[in-house]
Design a protein around this ligand. Structure first.
Ligand code: DMJ
Length: 518
């Protein structure tokens, strides 16, 4: 059925609503772009540019389906235009569209073609040109901002709308560097990387002197923190992810230094519970939301986006701690058959009950399996797959769960379901996939797009104009990334760790009790 969904991708603006058995379709509008403006949250993600089709391109390649990949690429080249009067979120357009176009371009032009024949006849770098065209349309977001932190939205035709909001979230403004950096390095044009890097540095400079933490919403003109919550979920998540991933890809030392600093501050101020995941007394480790200036607890919920963090911990080699946080989220999944958008750990109940088919828990499960090869994670993947089939499957796709307790559905299948959730699930079970056989070759963007970690992204021709960067001689080569726990190292996991539960059973039970499972 997953393949059915992918094989029937059609441009968003022409797509019929998902056919849900549980709900009447009645007067509900379709998933077209012409929804009322009150639906801004949906509209400015969709963008009227065939979002789902574009976001799913490299999933088709990873699944080895060359005919559908070629068909989908041609459809994108022939039918998609960014010359549209659409106001879009800079972040969403970057990670979902720009990232996917770049990933597909890299796959098409790879001389080795590890996924089968993904070449396109007479390909003339069209996807790269489209990526550039889109990025140029996003550039106005970086103009007329006093801090260098971009506006959250732009109109693809007319630039920043006159009534634009001056407030943006940290993740939205500070996680553009991977895609903009790749684009710059492929084109040999520093503009894109320069603006994205300037935004990261501006945000970084606004961290609290006291805790070193960043908040979640900032005013791009004054640099004042409007949202003082520091956490690992919505509004913050990919900011941290991209500090590390930019370093993995481009080898710039300053990115690693920022990441290491941020990671230390997270451990010092956000982490609660016992010191070691698998030994000692006390509550299981949990990362909470605190005030960025005081480090004091702000609320008692964690959100489903934060479930990506164990995957990031795997990348830096903190596998032990990753095991505990992952186990907590998996217990919540077991209780509801999904992850509520927000879960209140004090009340042991969802605070925000919907589940829009998010990938984060699957992503961490996949990365933990790669790091430990413990079959427990295959079992987790199976469990997730079965609940998706049971609760979210609709006639023509998979549906957002409107309420994880009541299991009601919404007429909405986010594009990340195909680009991430399905991809990570597929890769979890596909041991022989070229992604796993390639050693250190691939990295996943925050939207799950694969990009190759190779020498050509290490060479920027503009060292002199990117202030504060190290000389390229100091850069670490891709095959020297020792700190990063890639899948090629996973055979070193000792046997005794592979066949025991990753987390001792008394600690597992403790977590199950904490989420009301037993
Ligand atoms: C995706 O678009 C990306 O993973 C992003 O970084 C966070 N949210 C969604 C999926 O939940």
């Amino acid at each position: 059925p997953l393949l059915f969904v992918i094989l029937h991708l059609i441009p968003e603006s022409q797509a019929p609503p998902l056919l849900l058995s549980a709900e009447p379709l009645g007067a509900r509008p379709g998933r077209g772009f012409s929804l009322p403006s009150s639906n801004l949250n949906i509209n400015d993600v969709l963008g009227n540019y065939s979002l789902t089709l574009i976001d799913a391109l490299d999933t088709l390649a990873v699944m080895g389906n060359s005919s559908e990949f070629q068909k989908a690429v041609k459809l994108v080249i022939d039918t998609v235009s960014f010359d549209k009067d659409s106001t879009v979120q800079v972040f969403e357009a970057t990670i979902r569209v720009l990232g996917s176009l770049l990933s597909a371009h890299i796959i098409i032009t790879d001389t080795k073609q590890p996924f089968g024949d993904m070449t396109i006849k007479d390909y003339d770098n069209e996807l790269l040109h489209m990526a550039r065209d889109l990025a140029v349309r996003l550039l106005p977001a970086f103009e007329n901002t006093k801090t260098g932190i971009p506006y959250p939205r732009v109109n693809l035709k007319n630039g920043v709308p006159p009534d634009s909001n001056n407030e943006t979230c940290t993740a939205g403004a500070g996680s553009l560097l991977v895609e903009f950096g790749i684009l710059s390095r492929l084109l040999g044009d520093s503009t894109f990387e320069w603006v994205a890097r300037r935004a990261v540095k501006a945000l970084w400079s606004l961290r609290s002197n006291n805790t070193g933490l960043l908040g979640n919403v900032v005013n791009i003109q004054t640099g004042h923190w409007v949202g003082k919550q520091s956490g690992l979920g919505a509004g913050s998540d990919s900011f941290y992810e991209y500090l590390l991933k930019s370093y993995i890809l481009f080898g710039e030392k300053e990115d690693l230094e920022m990441f290491n600093d941020a990671y230390r501050n997270i451990q010092n101020h956000l982490r609660r519970g016992r010191e070691a995941c698998n030994e000692g007394e006390g509550d299981p480790p949990l990362y909470v939301n605190v005030n960025m200036f005081t480090g004091q607890l702000m609320n008692t919920w964690i959100d489903s986006l934060q479930a990506f963090f164990p995957g990031l911990q795997v990348l830096i080699g903190d596998v032990e701690d990753a095991i505990c946080l992952h186990a907590f989220y998996y217990a919540i999944w077991k209780r509801y058959g999904a992850l509520p958008e927000r879960y209140n750990w004090q009340l042991q109940a969802p605070d925000v009950p919907f589940y829009p088919l998010r990938p984060e828990l699957v992503e961490s499960t996949y990365l933990l399996y790669q790091a430990t090869k413990n079959p427990f994670y295959l079992h987790v993947g199976m469990d997730i797959l079965q609940s998706l089939e049971k609760y979210t499957k609709a006639k023509c796709g998979y549906a957002t769960l409107h309420h994880v307790v009541e299991k009601t559905k919404e007429d909405r299948m986010e594009s990340f379901f195909l680009s991430e959730t399905c991809k990570y699930l597929y890769l979890l079970f596909d041991e022989e996939n070229p992604v796993h056989k390639s050693g250190n070759k691939y990295m996943f963007t925050t939207e799950g797009h694969i990009v190759s970690v190779d020498e050509r992204f290490r060479n920027s021709l503009w060292q002199d104009i990117l202030p504060g960067e190290e000389d390229s001689a100091e850069k670490i080569k891709p095959n020297e990334l020792k700190a990063v726990n890639f899948s090629s190292n996973c055979n070193r996991v000792p046997d005794e760790r592979r066949y025991l539960l990753p987390l001792k059973s008394n600690y597992m039970r403790q977590i199950d009790r904490m989420v009301g499972l037993i």
